[in-house]
Structures are given as structure tokens and as C-alpha cells.
Design a protein around this ligand. Structure first.
Ligand code: UD1
Ligand code: UDP
Length: 377
């Protein structure tokens, strides 16, 4: 069975890398890989780390691309590959424009679609935008729905969809565990990473920041930058912020914080370095989906700069708190974690609601027609 995996952004690549490896290890499955190149630099960083050499690359990214332009280029580019490769299955991941457009292109050619990370919902089409729409659209047409958690599977069941549902765990935990282990067992690598981040001061707490949500463009990012500028006045805190390459993010962030000596604005980090930073962080401030899933596994308290999340499990378990993109709330929540040791300890517990490191093998087994025990948190 020829399985064409299609992805195009950094998080999709991180989360599909272990799936591609598991497909290759499953007898009877032949993996084919098509990247759309929705991201260029941030995608290539991941492909290189995991040694993925795509069979096809649509190279669709343009500077400050529009959602419609991007969707059109993905559908048209992939259509030619589908005609040529004639895969038995197309696998897409998550909620990006790449995933939505690729799933639709496969549906239009009557090729079954397997959706990895199915069933996450806020039931608010404006948050996250446009991702909530993308994910729901894919779930309507997919024939195999790989739900990471029981909560996401329950969402799918309640929607009476056509696809078969399997609870697998999230493949990001597979990628994270493999990467943590690689750093732990390779002393030269650990030494390289220590040297790369020698500017980190062990006597100060580390606040690691990431952000890119479209619904925060404009005022939201101004509020986030004001909060970071305020927090940067504390002597016991250092702030490290790998800035997303979207110009709607990087322009205001560099303009407002670029000259602040207590905030390190750095380029998007390749995954090994980012995992190293996550491991060193005391507090994580983010609006990222993937980081919300990874940080609790490493026992790091996460403040999520959003009003709602489609990943409620770690919020319920007590490792994640929603703080919105509001200046005073961000400042007060970070300060509480810095100043109240009991409060910090209640957040900083290792939690694994999203996976056990075996999601990808469950997905590959299901595609090969073998059954496996579902993931249970
Ligand atoms: C996209 C996804 C979002 C995902 C995020 C992960 C959609 C609608 N958005 O948002 O769901 O959470 O990726 O990071 O699918 N750029 C570069 N180089 C890169 C990447 C981006 O220069 O490697 C710049 C380009 O100018 C590009 C712009 O960022 O046009 C926006 O990229 P795009 O993929 O459209 O949106 P993201 O905000 O990255
Ligand atoms: N990440 C990374 N380098 C960075 C920032 C994040 O490798 O500089 C990883 C992070 O560990 C997670 C993924 O990228 O696995 C999240 O991507 P992003 O926040 O861009 O997208 P989202 O998960 O919100 O869709």
C-alpha cells in the first residue's frame, strides 16, 4: 500500500517525522513524502534533523502569503502529484492550510485520507483562525481519524462523522521523547548545545517565549511585547524568545523589543536546540499548539496566550493556564510563578496527557490493517 504523507510547516514536519519512520518499518506499507513548502526555512530545519528527503516539494511559500493564494497553490500542485503517484492513501496532519488543501485535493480524486491529530476542537471558528475550520473540514472527509486523546475522540463521535476513529496519542510526544533521548545519550551534542546557549545565566530564572497566532496579530502582539518589556525589568529573570518568521510577528517584535538588553530575540531554533531550551526553561509563555503539548511532558509550567484551547487536557491536569494576549494578566501570572514557590510547584509536575511515545506505531499498524491497543492517558 502506497501512502503519501503531505505536510508543509514546522509543526507538521516535527509531528509527521516519527510517522514516516513508522510507516517505513511496517511491512506492506510504502511511504511517499510530499512537502508543500508552506514554510521554507522552518520546514527545512526539521527535514534535515530527522533526515527526511521528500520525494516531492511543491515550494509554494511566498513572502507574507495569503491563505487563498496558498490554498490554490497547494491544491493545484498536489493534484499533479496525485495523478502521477496514484497513492492508495493520503495522510495529512493537524490544522494548517497545507493539511486542509491537501485533504481536499485527495478527496476530489477519491483517494482516502487519514487524518493525524483529528478531533481537536474549540467549536469557535475564530479561535484558532483559520485552523478550527481547517481541522473540522478534514475530519468531515477523512476515512481514518487518528485522535490523539480520548477527549478528541469524543468530539469526533459526537459529530457522527464517517471516518473510523482510533485513539493514538499525539505523535509530538514520539518526536519529543526521541529528541530528549538523543541529547541525553550523545555527550558531544549536549556539549555543543551547552556552548551554543552559554549566554544563559543559571542564576536567573528562564522564561521561554514563542508566539504566532493570527488572531493575535496587531493589538495582541503589542500587548505581549508590553508584558515582556515590563517583565524584563526583573533582575532574577532572563527572557529568551525565538521569533517566528511571519512578518506580522517578527516586524513588531523586533521593533518593540529589539533594543531591550534583557530580552534575547533569537532566530527560530532547529528542534534539538528548542527542546534543549524547553528543558532549561523555568516558565514557558506561548500560544503554540505543539509547545502546549510538549512542555507538560517535561514538567514545565505553561502560560498560554490564548482565550480558548483545543488542547484542554493539560489545563485540566493543572500544568497549563490560559492567560490571553493581555498585558497585565501575562505579567501577573509570570510574577506569581516567580514569586510563589508553592504555586510554582503545583504547576511544575510532569504530565503526559498527550501521548506515550507510541502514537506513530499505532497509526502505521492501523494503516496496515493490524489492530493495536488504543492510547490511554
Ligand atoms: C502556519 C499555520 C499555523 C501553524 C504555524 C506554525 C496556516 C493558516 N497557518 O502559520 O496553523 O500553527 O504555521 O508555525 O496554515 N515565513 C518564512 N519562512 C518560514 C515560515 C514562514 O519566511 O519558514 C513567513 C513567510 O513570509 C510566510 C509567512 O511567514 O508567507 C506566513 O507563513 P504561513 O505558513 O502562511 O503562516 P504561519 O503564521 O507560519
Ligand atoms: N519549535 C521549534 N523551534 C522553535 C520554536 C518551536 O522547533 O524555535 C517547535 C516546538 O517544539 C513544537 C513546534 O515547533 O514542536 C511548534 O510549532 P509552532 O509553534 O510554530 O506551531 P503550532 O504547534 O502552534 O502549530
Amino acid at each position: 500500500m502506497r501512502i503519501l504523507s503531505v505536510f508543509g510547516t514546522r509543526p507538521e514536519a516535527i509531528k509527521m517525522a516519527p510517522v514516516i519512520k513508522a510507516l517505513a518499518a511496517e511491512s506492506g506499507l510504502q511511504p511517499i513524502t510530499c512537502v508543500t513548502g508552506q514554510h521554507r526555512q522552518m520546514l527545512d530545519q526539521v527535514l534535515e534533523l530527522f533526515g527526511i528527503k521528500p520525494d516531492h516539494d511543491l515550494s509554494v511559500m511566498t513572502p507574507n502569503q495569503t491563505l487563498n493564494g496558498l490554498s490554490g497553490r497547494v491544491i493545484e500542485g498536489l493534484d499533479a502529484i496525485l495523478a502521477d503517484e496514484k497513492p492508495d492513501y493520503v495522510l495529512t496532519h493537524g490544522d494548517t492550510t497545507t493539511a486542509m488543501a491537501a485533504s481536499l485535493a485527495a478527496f476530489h480524486r477519491n483517494i482516502p485520507v487519514g487524518h493525524v491529530e483529528a478531533g481537536l476542537r474549540t467549536y469557535d471558528l475564530s479561535k484558532p483562525w483559520p485552523e478550527e475550520f481547517n481541522r473540522r473540514t478534514i475530519d468531515v472527509l477523512a476515512t481514518k481519524l487518528f485522535a490523539p486523546t480520548e477527549t478528541s475522540a469524543a468530539n469526533l463521535r459526537s459529530e457522527r462523522l464517517n471516518g473510523e476513529i482510533l485513539v493514538t496519542g499525539n505523535t509530538v510526544i514520539d518526536a519529543l521523547m526521541e529528541t530528549v533521548e538523543r541529547i541525553r545519550t550523545t555527550p558531544e551534542l549536549k556539549a555543543q548545545l551547552d556552548a551554543r546557549f552559554s549566554f544563559l545565566d543559571p542564576s536567573r530564572k528562564l522564561l521561554l517565549v514563542t508566539g504566532h497566532r493570527r488572531e493575535s496579530f496587531g493589538d495582541g502582539f503589542l500587548n505581549i511585547c508590553k508584558a515582556l518589556a515590563n517583565l524584563s525589568r526583573r533582575d532574577n529573570l532572563q527572557i529568551v524568545y525565538p521569533v517566528h518568521l511571519n512578518p506580522n510577528v517578527s516586524d513588531p517584535v523586533h521593533e518593540l523589543l529589539g533594543k531591550n538588553p534583557n530580552i534575547s530575540l533569537i532566530d527560530p531554533q532547529e528542534y534539538l536546540s528548542f527542546v534543549y531550551l524547553l528543558n532549561r526553561a523555568d516558565i514557558v509563555l506561548t500560544d503554540s499548539g505543539g509547545v502546549q503539548e510538549e512542555a507538560p511532558s517535561l514538567g514545565k509550567p505553561v502560560l498560554v496566550m490564548r482565550d480558548v484551547t483545543e488542547r484542554p487536557e493539560a489545563v485540566a491536569a493543572g500544568g497549563v493556564r490560559l492567560v490571553g494576549a493581555r498585558t497585565t494578566r501575562i505579567v501577573s501570572e509570570v510574577e506569581q510563578l516567580l514569586d510563589d514557590a508553592d504555586h510554582y510547584a503545583s504547576f511544575a509536575r510532569i504530565l503526559n496527557p498527550y501521548g506515550d511515545g507510541h502514537a506513530s506505531t499505532r497509526i502505521a499498524a492501523a494503516l496496515a490493517g493490524r489492530s493495536s491497543a488504543a492510547f490511554a492517558a
